[in-house]
Design a protein around this ligand. Structure first.
Ligand code: NAD
Length: 297
């Protein structure tokens, strides 16, 4: 029987630890604050931003939301970021992606002060992650790693295959797993015989964006499967539903442990945003990072 990794409950425990830590910071006069900027009215982004704001407040932190019109000029967005970079009540800054097409995403990410870059997308943080320094780690891969460690403990020597090479999931995930002493393969849209690569994996991370791509015969028996994909499809009765990048029903007959979609990586991603806000607040105040905050020492 496969073990279903309950991202919702791991995330709830994490949020409660974060809230306790925030409470003790507030007693020292430090009130962590997260600024979230949304440009435009993309419905999925609106849902994410609402949820991020709600959970930030529930963790006892200040949430500052900026909702800008779709036609906001790039200059205006850069000015807002510059103001937030200098605002001491704001510890973390997040610009919800994707941005409208007239805005250069790279220029916006580069404008965020690296020490306030709560998403870990700034080139300085990406570089620090690759070199094993004090990086801010992108929330989704950090959440995946936490679930893996919760499930498997020490990952040393395990063979990991990461499907997908995006800057926000695949590449940082691979860097984190290397740091955990895994032997890591990154596979992507141009990889040949991808099934053969996957069959070697003790740990398989799927971050591709293709509904139910990973099949039962791609899996090594007993492997741990982390499904990052979020895909909206129609079921047989033409109702819309969410599925991952893994054929959950069949793969779960063979895997040792697997995350569901929804209820796996998604809740951990937002919990890790709160964790990153806490970590960067501690760093900005020259306070030590508690031992339970993994990979940030
Ligand atoms: P992306 O589109 O930037 O990258 C997709 C990657 O998949 C690319 O590197 C590409 O080479 C690879 N790929 C495409 N087709 C492939 C194939 N047939 N076989 C192997 N590799 C293939 O996507 P992303 O931003 O990394 O996101 C991936 C998925 O994860 C999406 O479904 C996204 O919605 C989801 N996601 C979920 C969360 C979460 O919190 N749960 C967070 C971020 C992304």
């Amino acid at each position: 029987m496969t073990n279903i990794i309950d991202g919702k409950s791991i995330a709830a425990k994490l949020r409660s630890r974060i809230a306790n830590e925030v409470e003790s910071l507030k007693q020292q006069g430090i009130h962590p604050g997260l600024a979230v900027i949304l440009v435009g009215d993309d419905p999925a982004s609106q849902v994410y931003v609402r949820s991020k704001g709600k959970q930030t407040k529930e963790a006892g932190m200040n949430s500052f939301e900026y909702r800008l019109a779709d036609n906001t000029p790039q200059e205006a967005l850069l000015e807002l970021i510059s103001k937030l970079n200098q605002d001491n009540s704001v510890n973390g800054i997040l610009v919800q992606l994707p941005l409208p097409r007239h805005i250069d995403e790279e220029a916006i990410i580069n404008a965020i002060a690296p020490q306030k870059d709560v998403d870990g997308f700034h080139p300085i943080n990406i570089g620090l992650l690759s070199t094993g320094g004090k990086a801010t780690i992108p929330c989704t891969p950090l959440g995946c790693l936490m679930m893996l460690k919760d499930q498997l403990g020490d990952l040393s020597g395990l063979k990991a295959v990461v499907l997908g090479r995006s800057n926000i999931v695949g590449k940082p995930m691979a860097s984190l797993l290397i740091k955990e002493n895994c032997t890591v393969t990154i596979a992507h849209s141009k990889t040949t015989c991808i099934e053969d690569e996957c069959r070697q994996a003790d740990i398989l991370i799927a971050a591709v964006g293709k509904p139910e791509l990973v099949k039962e015969n791609w899996i090594k028996p007993g492997a741990t499967i982390i499904d990052v994909g979020i895909n909206r499809i129609k079921d047989t009765e033409n109702n819309s539903k969410l599925v991952g990048d893994v054929d959950f029903i069949n793969v779960s007959k063979k895997s040792g442990a697997i995350t569901p979609v929804p209820g796996g990586v998604g809740p951990m991603t937002i919990a890790c945003l709160l964790l990153n806000t806490l970590t960067i607040t501690l760093r900005q105040n020259n306070l030590s990072i508690p031992k339970w905050i993994i990979n940030q020492e």
